[in-house]
Ligand binder design. Structure first.
Ligand code: 16G
Length: 241
């Protein structure tokens, strides 16, 4: 069980000490991602602290993105997606591997004329149409990212045929990308993006562009991902030559 003894010599408020101790326990893997934390009542009773102290400590961890409040069912450990940059994988694969239930909340699925940058990235001729998929990506009930994928019409003739995973659909229909070029940048969430990702306006968001290619060299996917910076952590191993 989680233990906490206030440090009498410590000058920081009790709730801060408790928040730090809980944050450490979360980082040490004391709780599983998406596991329910003890409620504020249980926490305050078992540690013999006031409810206010327990609540303020939890509030602090929510602010730091370590904990999520789910309405009606309590406090949970926030998903942390440590994603290696050396392997080409999909959102669904990464989340399944970590025991989450990945899903897509569809915003748009249809066709449009390729914009100039899309034409260029996908190697299309002027006037060619693209399938456009706009969706929120969820881990269980938590919104992790907002993604806009654009694919040549020849690659995805029926956007509505994609159930939840784009790569799963492509694998079964002509092939998912085997190689990709990815750019990672930082942006500040403007109001529309902030509301989609459920973050404050101006929050730092990871803006990632991926162009995925088949073995033949044909581009199949141009995806812009807007990832919550508190949930995503991209990891690359490097060697000094
Ligand atoms: C990831 C990719 C995205 C790809 C998607 C496919 C990043 C930043 N983005 O979210 O480019 O389109 O996976 O996932 O990793 P799906 O097969 O679950 O639809």
């Amino acid at each position: 069980p989680f233990e906490f003894k206030p440090d009498e010599k410590e000058s920081s408020p009790l709730y801060m000490q408790l928040a730090q101790k809980l944050a450490q326990a979360i980082r040490d893997g004391h709780y599983q991602a998406d596991e329910a934390l003890p409620s504020e009542r249980v926490l305050s009773e078992s540690l013999d602290l006031s409810r206010v102290t327990a609540r303020k400590a939890i509030d602090r961890l929510v602010e730091q993105g370590l904990i999520i409040r789910k309405r009606g069912s309590g406090n949970y450990i926030a998903p942390k997606l440590e994603q290696p940059l050396s392997r080409l994988t999909s959102f669904s694969e990464e989340l399944q591997q970590r025991g989450f239930k990945p899903s897509s909340r569809w915003l748009t699925r249809g066709f449009s004329m390729a914009a100039p940058d899309e034409q260029l990235s996908l190697g299309l001729k002027t006037g060619e149409r693209v399938a456009r998929l706009e969706r929120l990506r969820l881990a269980d009930s938590v919104v992790m990212a907002y993604e806009v994928s654009v694919l040549p019409e020849s690659v995805l003739p029926d956007p509505h045929a994609v159930a939840s995973s784009l790569y799963e659909h492509l694998s079964a229909n002509g092939g998912a990308p085997v190689r990709a070029l990815q750019h990672i940048r930082a942006i500040n969430a403007e109001p529309k993006l902030a509301s989609l990702l459920e973050v404050p306006v101006g929050q730092a968001v990871l803006f990632i562009t991926r162009v995925g290619y088949l073995e033949s060299g044909h581009a199949v996917e141009l995806t812009h991902s807007y990832c919550r910076s508190d949930y995503y952590d991209f990891v690359a191993e490097m060697r000094r030559e």
